[in-house]
Design a protein around this ligand. Structure first.
Ligand code: APR
Length: 233
């Protein structure tokens, strides 16, 4: 089976109603990420950090996957599909994708303040001061903050290095090491970029660019990929 690898960012969830980070009305327009998404912010004002992630987690219970997420799930009967996402929402999983690797953590999980491997699902949307992990420390969001390691990046690079088709959707490619995954795409792979505003970089010779939002562009691309697959059997 051909391997399709997807790198997704906040843009794929925009049409589900979840704000992106760097668009005009993005999350970082209203907050300085160093005040919210860094270990120093957690040390300085844990309540503010908990409130920020509680609000985003609460919204997650009010939104649904969109046609972009669902289109990617429809690839699975025909291809070996691996989603690598920078998103911390669970919309890929709720849309039916079964192989989802989160690079920047997951909103619906929390973890020990001192042991990053002591991770547990959070019941409900609210994490409070005084909620403790099994090791007795304050539970913190299971999110990779700026300045922290991205533990899944090596696994992600290996997955990307085996792609026959690489789809990039809804990411400004401004944050490393996630953006660096593009350097691991085999020269033989077909690359598709789905984004309403990005400018196609001539850095990749076999790049096809779809200046579309995810909920429209991904169904079109997925139908094209499935049709080309069916034509070969
Ligand atoms: N469909 C597809 N793409 C969209 C849509 C849409 N409906 N709306 C916006 N976009 C595109 C924007 O053009 C932009 O290229 O999505 C991208 C969003 O970029 P960012 O807001 O920078 O989000 P992302 O790339 O996921 O950020 C990466 O930065 O703050 C950190 O950890 C955070 O994971 C995040 C990382």
């Amino acid at each position: 089976m051909k391997k399709i690898v997807v790198l997704s960012g906040a843009g794929i969830s925009a049409e589900s109603g979840i704000k992106t980070f760097r668009d005009d009305d993005g999350l970082w327009q209203n907050h300085r990420f160093e005040d919210l998404a860094t270990p120093a912010a957690w040390e300085r004002n844990p309540q503010l950090v908990l409130d920020f992630y509680n609000q985003r987690r609460k919204q997650l219970y009010e939104v649904e996957p969109n046609d972009g997420h669902r289109a990617l799930a429809q690839l699975e009967p025909y291809f070996e599909v691996q989603i690598i996402t920078q998103n911390v929402d669970d919309l890929h999983e709720r849309a039916g994708s079964t192989q989802v690797l989160h690079l920047h953590g997951e909103l619906k999980k929390v973890r020990s303040s001192i042991n990053p491997d002591l991770i547990t699902p959070l019941e409900g949307w609210e994490l409070k001061i005084g909620d403790t992990a099994a090791d007795g420390t304050q539970l913190r969001p299971h999110i990779v903050w700026f300045g922290e390691n991205v533990p899944n990046i090596e696994q992600a690079a290996i997955i990307v290095s085996k792609a026959d088709v690489f789809i990039v959707v809804g990411t400004s490619l401004q944050v490393y090491p996630a953006a660096g995954l593009l350097d691991w795409v085999p020269s033989t792979a077909a690359i598709y970029l789905v984004d309403p505003t990005a400018n196609p970089s001539n850095r990749y010779k076999n790049l096809s660019f779809m200046r579309e939002k995810a909920a429209k562009g991904l169904p079109l691309l997925v139908n094209q990929l499935i049709q080309s697959h069916l034509n070969t059997i």
